[in-house]
Design a protein around this ligand. Structure first.
Ligand SMILES: [Mn+2]
Length: 604
C-alpha cells in the first residue's frame, strides 16, 4: 500500500518520508472503508499529516479477518457471560436480532460468545450478517446495488470493435482473473488433523429451539462435486448431529447437491442393471406376449430408479444401488464464501467463483485428507466424509425460518471420516425462526444482487420485493413495464421457472408506477385494481420442502395476482379512474403558509 501511495504521490512528496497509518477516527466513514492518514516526515522537521482519506479495505481473507473487521467497525460484541449452546444462545441471539436501538439500528451486533457452557475455551460467532449494515460490510460495499452494478457491467460487455476497445477491456479481464479459485499446498485449516479420536460433540453446536430433534450445524458450506461435469458446488444445508461421527444431510429435493446425489444414484442404477443379459424373460399380459430385454436401457434404468426412490428421498423396494459420494463441509469461512453458499446460483456456476467475484480476490483451496474434494484453506473447521446411496434416516423436526417447525422426513446421512481445524477453532453458526432474523438480511442481499440477473430472462422487470414476513418463498412483489396484453401472467410463469424462485407461493405483479418496497402503497393499489376471479391465477408444481400446508410434501399449488391496470385488449372496456392528486397551485399555496399552519396545528 505504501509503495502504491508513493508512486501516486511521488512528485509532491519526493523529499518526504511518507508513512501510512490507520486512523482511529474511522467512525464517520462507511464501514467498508479503512480510514487512513498519510503522515509526512522530513528529517529535522515535526511530522505533519498531509492528508486523510477513506480507502476501500482489502478482502476479508478468513473468518478471523472478518471478526476483526466487525470489531473495528463497532459491529461486534464479545460476550463473557456464560451461555448454554442448548437453547440459551438462541434466545439471546433472537432478542438481539429483533432489537432496535438508536446506536446500532435494527438487528443489534454480531455476537462472539467466549464462555460457552460445557465447551471451555470455545468461541461461537452468531448474527455476523444480521443487519443491512453488516451485510454491506461483509461484501465490502456501501450499497448492495454496487454489487448489482458490477454484475451489470460484466453483462454489458460487447465484442470489442478495434484495438482501442480491446485495450479498454483489459482491466476487466484482469479483474476476472481474481475470481477463479486458487489451489494452495496447505492452509490454516490443517493446523490440527484428526483422522481418528474425533467427535462432533467437541464443537459447541447449538440446539436452537425446544422441539428441535437435537443439535444442528446451521451455517455449513457443504461441498460436493457434480459427477457429470466435475464442477464443485457449495451449498448450505442444515446438518442434524446424530452422534460423534454422523449427521443428517438436509438436501432438499430441488437443491444442487441433491441432484449430485441423484446423479450418483442414476449411475449406480445403470451399473447394477447393465449386467450382461441372462435369457430374455417372457411375460404374458392378457392375450399379448411381451418380450422384455433383461437389461434396461441406460435411460430406462435412470427413469426407474428415480420413480422407485421418489427422486432419492425414499429407499427403493427391490434392487437398491449401492455406493457412496464424497462430501466435505467447511464451517467458519470468510463472509463472501459463506454468503455464496446461500446464493441461488445457476447449478453450473461454482460458488468459489461467485465468492471470488464478490470479494475480488481468489478463494484459496486445499485438498482434503480422505476425500477427493478441495476446501477453503483457512476455514475454521473442515469435516470430511461421505454419504451412502442406500441410506436414509429420519431428520428433524427443526424450528425453521418460516416461523414453524419443519416436520421430520427422511434424508441422506453424512459419515465423517476426518476432521481438520485451526487451533482453537471459532464455531460460526446462525439460527432461524420467526422473522426478522439474520437470514432475512442475507435474503435481502440476494434480492438486490439478483435483480440484474432476473432481468436477463424477464427484461420487463423493474423492481422486486421479498418482504421478510413472506419468508422468501411465500410472497414476491414485482413491478413490470407492461407492453402487451397478458404480460403479468407471462412474468409469473417466468418467475416460477427460475431456480429457487420456482417455490414462490404468491406472486403479486404491479405496474412500474408502484413502489414495491412500500407495502402500504402495494396493498392500496393491488386491492383496488383487482377483480379477484379474473386476476388470480393458480398453477401446480414443486413447492418448498418447508411448506407445511401443501397437499403433499414438495408438491402443491401456487398463486399469481395480476394487479396491473387492465387494458381494453385484455377485455376491460370500462373507463379507468384517475388517482387523486392535488393540483400544484394549491400545493404551493399551502406550502407558503405551512410553517405557521403546522405550528398552529401542532404538527412537526
Ligand atoms: Mn450451486
Amino acid at each position: 500500500m505504501q509503495r502504491r501511495f508513493r508512486h501516486k504521490y511521488a512528485a509532491s512528496t519526493a523529499q518526504d518520508y511518507v508513512t501510512k497509518q490507520q486512523s482511529h477516527s474511522a467512525q464517520e466513514y462507511p464501514p467498508s472503508h479503512h480510514f487512513w492518514k498519510y503522515v509526512a516526515r522530513r528529517p529535522g522537521v515535526p511530522s505533519r499529516i498531509i492528508f486523510c482519506f477513506p480507502e476501500p479495505c482489502l478482502a476479508h481473507n478468513d473468518l478471523r479477518d472478518w471478526i476483526a473487521a466487525l470489531d473495528r467497525a463497532g459491529e461486534l460484541r464479545k460476550i463473557r457471560t456464560e451461555a448454554d449452546p442448548i437453547l440459551e444462545i438462541t434466545e439471546i441471539a433472537d432478542r438481539v436480532s429483533k432489537s432496535r436501538s438508536s446506536k446500532h439500528g435494527v438487528g443489534g451486533l454480531a455476537l462472539l460468545f467466549q464462555n460457552v457452557k460445557g465447551h471451555p475455551g470455545s468461541q461461537v460467532l452468531i448474527n455476523q450478517f444480521g443487519s443491512a449494515r453488516r451485510m454491506k460490510l461483509a461484501l465490502e460495499v456501501d450499497s448492495l446495488d454496487e454489487v448489482a452494478d458490477r454484475i451489470r457491467a460484466f453483462m454489458d460487455v460487447k465484442s470489442p470493435q478495434g484495438f482501442l476497445e480491446k485495450v479498454k477491456m483489459l482491466p476487466m479481464l484482469a479483474e476476472m482473473g481474481k475470481f477463479f479459485p486458487k489451489s494452495v499446498p496447505t492452509g490454516s485449516c490443517k493446523e490440527v488433523v484428526k483422522r481418528d479420536n474425533f467427535s462432533l460433540l467437541d464443537f459447541p453446536i447449538l440446539q436452537c429451539w425446544p422441539k428441535d430433534a437435537g443439535r444442528f450445524i446451521t451455517l455449513p458450506c457443504v461441498i460436493t462435486r457434480d459427477p457429470k461435469t466435475g464442477k464443485r458446488n457449495v451449498g448450505m444445508y442444515r446438518m442434524q448431529i446424530y452422534d460423534e461421527r454422523t449427521t443428517g444431510m438436509h438436501w432438499q429435493r430441488q437443491k444442487v447437491a441433491a441432484e449430485h446425489y441423484r446423479d450418483h444414484l442414476r449411475a449406480a442404477a445403470r451399473a447394477t442393471w447393465e449386467q450382461p443379459p441372462s435369457a430374455p424373460t417372457t411375460t404374458h399380459v392378457g392375450a399379448d406376449v411381451l418380450v422384455r430385454p433383461a437389461a434396461h436401457s441406460a435411460a430406462a434404468s435412470r427413469v426407474d430408479i428415480m420413480a422407485r426412490t421418489s427422486g432419492g428421498s425414499i429407499l427403493a423396494e427391490g434392487d437398491r444401488p449401492s455406493g457412496k459420494m464424497d462430501v466435505a463441509v467447511a464451517i467458519g469461512t470468510d463472509p463472501a464464501l459463506t454468503f455464496s453458499a446461500i446464493v441461488p446460483a445457476p447449478p453450473d456456476v461454482e460458488e468459489f467463483l461467485i465468492a471470488g467475484f464478490l470479494r475480488q480476490k481468489p478463494v484459496e483451496l486445499v485438498k482434503c485428507e480422505t476425500v477427493e474434494l478441495e476446501v477453503p484453506a483457512d476455514a475454521e473447521i473442515i469435516l470430511e466424509g461421505y454419504v451412502n446411496l442406500d441410506e436414509l434416516r429420519t431428520e428433524g423436526p427443526f424450528g425453521d425460518h418460516t416461523g414453524f417447525y419443519s416436520l421430520d422426513d427422511t434424508y441422506p446421512v453424512f459419515h465423517v471420516t476426518c476432521i481438520t481445524h485451526r487451533k482453537d477453532p471459532i464455531y460460526a453458526t446462525t439460527i432461524v425462526g420467526k422473522p426478522p432474523m439474520e437470514d432475512g438480511w442475507m435474503g435481502k442481499a440476494v434480492e438486490r444482487i439478483f435483480l440484474p440477473l432476473m432481468k436477463l430472462t424477464i427484461p420487463e422487470l423493474v423492481d422486486v420485493n421479498l418482504p421478510l414476513e413472506g419468508v422468501f418463498h411465500n410472497l414476491m412483489i414485482v413491478s413490470i413495464r407492461k407492453s402487451y396484453p397478458g404480460q403479468a401472467r407471462k412474468v409469473m410463469n417466468a418467475i416460477w421457472s427460475l431456480g429457487q424462485a420456482m417455490f414462490t407461493k404468491c406472486i403479486l405483479v404491479v405496474d412500474e408506477d408502484v413502489n414495491v418496497h412500500d407495502l402500504g402503497e402495494v396493498t392500496l393499489k393491488v386491492l383496488n385494481n383487482i377483480d379477484p376471479e379474473r386476476d388470480i391465477q393458480f398453477t401446480l408444481g414443486p413447492v418448498d420442502s418447508l411448506d407445511h400446508a401443501s397437499r403433499l410434501p414438495n408438491y402443491g399449488s401456487k398463486m399469481g395476482i395480476d394487479a396491473t391496470r387492465k387494458w381494453s385488449t385484455e377485455g376491460f372496456t370500462r373507463p379507468w379512474p384517475d388517482e387523486i392528486l392535488m393540483d400544484q397551485k394549491t400545493k404551493s399555496l399551502v406550502d407558503s403558509k405551512w410553517k405557521a399552519l403546522a405550528k398552529e396545528l401542532g404538527i412537526d
